[in-house]
Design a protein around this ligand. Structure first.
Ligand SMILES: Cc1ncc(COP(=O)(O)O)c(C=O)c1O
Length: 403
């Protein structure tokens, strides 16, 4: 059998944990706080059914939906991105600045194709989204983690690491971060954009949770403060429309969008036109805003129940993040409890979570005692049941490590 390329090894450890989590989730008895999917109840099934029924005819958009499309995406979806998503954030964009891609994750892939040479350094948050790290590693980049606190990336550490490593790119998830649930402060957003300009570094800003705010005030993205075009803003329709439709977009200077277009053409020609049409109609019929309100109501309730459970059920000494939106909270256990090793016990008790270890890379300490706990995919009445099981497993581990 032919030898595999060495890049495939980089992905194995993480893929193994994800595979294990998926397998554990197939057991209907297991309550899983491990995944990153939005609530089933938040998916616009009836809306999409109605739109499809109406527009997928030969006279209307049926032929367009099934024909090859333009690599940049259909104009009405790009215009909807500008009018309904970017303009409310204070971002000024023309059609030439927006390209539709196959899910948020494809942007990371395409932007990496544009900029990364083997050996280049990418600065990331600690912890950060494991999937994107895998992409950077696939491009043989070296990921170096920067310090974070409750207000996001610590700018002094970012600047120190810029001087030390001369990175090509900085990857940031500023709002309701995956995995920590934390949000970067306004001052730091501005400072990060300025660092990108000052040192001529690409800031890859990935903001798929920014619309899912349940409390607190909305903040402008890092891109809002970008005066030199160094920031590339990427986003996804997975949380606000549907993950299965595999839609996302990138917003950047025209020259960068043209390069993304070239990389996209070479990668997979264009994004699925059928789902682009359904999504564009969803926006253009005024269905997005009420749907978003419903999504936020559903997830706010789950967030509230989850945080009540964390406060009342988990043992003393546990630290956690109170997220103002998104799908995750981040729990840090006291003592030496290794959450990767603990996962087997948890699954045996029919509860799952995502161990923290996978979210750390070189440059900052690996925190084995942390876990990502997702409240998005679990019904509110099931959350206390699952958290009681998890609390029991944690208590048994704490007792064992202390004795
Ligand atoms: C931070 C972050 N970026 C990107 C994505 C990818 O989104 P998509 O499903 O659109 O590929 C996710 C999904 O969980 C995410 O958490």
């Amino acid at each position: 059998m032919a030898k595999f390329a060495k890049r495939i090894d980089y992905m194995q450890a993480t893929a193994d944990v994800v595979r294990y989590l998926f397998e554990s989730m197939t057991d209907p008895e297991t309550i899983s706080f491990g995944g990153g999917a939005p609530a089933r109840e938040a998916l616009p099934v009836e809306i999409v059914h109605e739109i499809a029924d109406e527009v997928l005819t030969r006279e209307k958009r049926g032929v367009q939906a099934l024909q090859y499309g333009n690599p940049i995406g259909i104009p009405d979806l790009r215009q909807a991105v500008i009018d309904r998503l970017l303009t409310p954030m204070g971002l000024k964009a023309g059609l030439e600045n927006v390209i539709i891609v196959a899910g948020g994750i494809e942007s990371m892939n395409l932007v990496s194709q544009l900029y990364l040479e083997p050996g280049d350094v990418v600065l990331v948050e600690s912890p950060t989204f494991v999937h994107t790290v895998q992409i950077f590693k696939m491009f043989e980049a070296r990921c170096i983690a920067c310090e974070t606190d409750d207000h996001g990336l610590v700018i002094e550490d970012v600047e120190a690491k810029i001087r030390q490593y001369s990175p090509k790119m900085i990857y940031v998830i500023p709002t309701f971060q995956n995995p920590s649930g934390r949000t970067m402060s306004l001052e730091r957003r501005k400072a990060l954009a300025e660092l990108g300009s000052q040192y001529d570094i690409v800031i890859l800003e990935d903001d798929p949770y920014c619309e899912m705010r349940y409390s607190g005030d909305r903040l402008p993205p890092v891109k809002y403060f970008d005066e030199t075009g160094n920031t590339v803003f990427v986003n996804s329709f997975s949380k606000i429309f549907s993950p299965g439709s595999r839609l996302g977009y990138a917003f950047a200077d025209e020259e960068i969008v043209r390069k993304i277009y070239d990389a996209k053409t070479a990668t997979n020609s264009h994004t699925n036109v059928l789902t682009q049409i359904l999504c564009a109609e969803f926006f253009n019929r005024g269905l997005f805003e009420p749907h978003l309100k419903m999504i936020c109501d559903i997830h706010r309730e789950r967030r509230n129940v989850m945080m009540d459970c964390i406060q009342s059920m988990l043992p003393e000494g546990v630290k956690y993040v109170y997220p103002d939106g998104g799908l995750f909270t981040w729990v840090e256990l006291p003592g030496q409890v290794d959450t990767t090793a603990m996962l087997g016990d948890a699954v045996a008790q029919k509860v799952a979570y995502m161990p923290g270890r996978e979210f750390f890379v070189e440059g900052q300490p690996v925190r084995d005692n942390c876990m990502r706990v997702s409240f998005g995919g679990v019904m509110p009445e099931k959350i206390p049941v699952g958290m009681e099981r998890l609390a029991k497993v944690i208590r048994s581990k704490l007792y064992r490590t202390r004795s």
